[in-house]
Write a protein that binds this ligand. Structure first.
Ligand code: PRP
Length: 175
């Protein structure tokens, strides 16, 4: 397999600084709760949280989706829940990628039951062509084509998460 850089690290970081400024403008008051969906979004969360200047609390949620790949049951399970309450606060879900929308569709329904004051999504990458469930994503870093991407948190069988760039994973030409 070969890696082709799709979005270079400097471009990612520049876009995150813009997103941070936009988020600061949109949430002028109170504490913003940044909810990171493990594992892929951990890198994005770490950079985004430092790009906002306002007060931000962070927490992590683990999700396993069984609706991906060959089946499309859309079944999603929480594997690690939040430690903090979301009642009455502004919540921003931080994701690395929105693909089918199944994960976020489920998650937004679940988190709305916890009565936050507001609930929005910030995703570094969006693959609109792949959408199966409608999901409003307020902040998108980059829209990308339907290619298999790794790096900056995204994996292939747990590999490549620690690449600084987002890369397309391609079969070797000789293969
Ligand atoms: C990825 C990504 C989203 C989900 C998006 O997670 O982080 O949570 O898939 O896909 P969807 O829009 O089709 O639901 P993944 O299950 O690969 O877990 P990971 O972040 O731990 O690698």
């Amino acid at each position: 397999m070969a890696l082709r850089t799709l979005i270079a690290s400097e471009t990612i970081q520049a876009r995150i600084r813009e997103l941070g400024k936009q988020i600061d403008r949109d949430y002028p008051n109170g504490t913003l709760y940044l909810i990171c969906i493990l594992k892929g979004a951990a890198f994005f969360l770490a950079d985004l949280a430092r790009a906002v200047e306002r007060e931000a609390f962070i927490d992590f949620m683990g999700i396993a989706s069984y609706g991906k790949g060959k089946t499309s049951s859309g079944e999603v399970k929480v594997t690690k829940d939040l430690d903090i309450s979301l009642e009455g606060v502004d919540v921003l879900i931080v994701e690395d990628i929105v693909d089918s929308g199944i994960t976020l569709n489920y998650l937004t329904q679940l988190l709305r039951q916890r009565r936050p004051r507001s609930l929005e999504i910030c995703a570094l990458l969006d693959k609109p062509e792949r959408r199966q469930r409608p999901i409003p994503v307020k902040y998108v870093g980059f829209q990308i084509p339907d290619e298999f991407v790794v790096g900056y948190g995204l994996d292939f069988a747990e590999r490549y998460r620690n690449l600084a760039d987002v890369c397309v994973l391609e079969p070797d030409e000789a293969a």
